[in-house]
Design a protein around this ligand. Structure first.
Ligand code: HEM
Length: 210
């Protein structure tokens, strides 16, 4: 089976899809205490944090696809980018729903007050809201319809990732090491983009289509 062939995608896409769902399956098993698993002493906080972390992980994984394709020459990797990006949206939305329903009991006034008064929540909300147009326009049809504007719109993913990492860093009260690791990974991925956009050889040829 050749990488990039129809048969290749027929097998790999469902496998990647199931792998992306695994973190949620583990959290559900922990929530329902299956096989001795547990979310610990503070289940809502644990769920909220894990969903937030997975949202951010999928954002960073999505941002890794393009540089990885450049380094390895594996063009087929691009076909997984959309799915990974949608999983970033999926986990971040679950993170928000966990906050709104389980943590805040759907108290709209309290949620609005939090969004207005707590800067790290404002920033998180900005990230989530910006993710919505990207998810909506992620289809091939939308890509065709928007043309060059699609690429400009999808550059928002950098703003979202910065907002997400900053939101993570800001809400940490004591231990900021994990957030700093995510920030370092994002800084590296952004630096790679800037390098290729400005200095990489062959940029001119690609732009002019040669
Ligand atoms: C791009 C969007 C977002 C990302 C990537 C994100 C990610 C994260 C991460 C990684 C954490 C920390 C997890 C940990 O400490 O283990 C977190 C915590 C949290 N997030 Fe988000 N988040 C986003 C949006 C939101 C939104 C929209 C809300 C609510 C309106 C929200 C509410 C919270 C809350 C309440 C916490 C926990 C704070 C605490 O325990 O003191 N997040 N988020």
């Amino acid at each position: 089976m050749r990488a990039g062939s129809k048969a290749f995608y027929r097998w790999t896409k469902p496998v990647v899809f199931v792998l992306c769902l695994l973190p949620l399956v583990v959290l559900v098993l922990q929530a329902f205490a299956v096989a001795g698993l547990s979310l610990g002493a503070n289940p809502i906080e644990k769920l909220l944090h894990e969903l937030g972390r997975w949202g951010l992980k999928f954002l960073l994984i999505t941002l890794t696809v393009t540089p990885l394709r450049r380094w390895t020459g594996w063009v087929w990797l691009i076909s997984f980018r959309r799915m990974l990006g949608l999983f970033a949206f999926f986990y971040t939305m679950l993170h928000f729903l966990c906050y709104a329903i389980l943590d805040q009991g759907l108290n709209v006034a309290a949620i609005v007050e939090d969004i207005v008064k707590r800067p790290y929540i404002t920033l998180g909300m900005l990230g989530l809201l910006l993710l919505i147009p990207l998810a909506v326009t992620s289809t091939k049809g939308m890509m065709r319809r928007l043309g060059r504007r699609w690429q400009s719109l999808h550059r928002l993913v950098y703003v979202i990732a910065i907002a997400g990492v900053w939101h993570f860093y800001w809400q940490e009260k004591l231990d900021t090491l994990d957030a700093a690791i995510y920030a370092a990974i994002l800084a590296f991925l952004l630096a790679v983009r800037i390098y290729y956009a400005r200095f990489a050889p062959g940029k001119k040829q690609r732009r002019t289509g040669r």
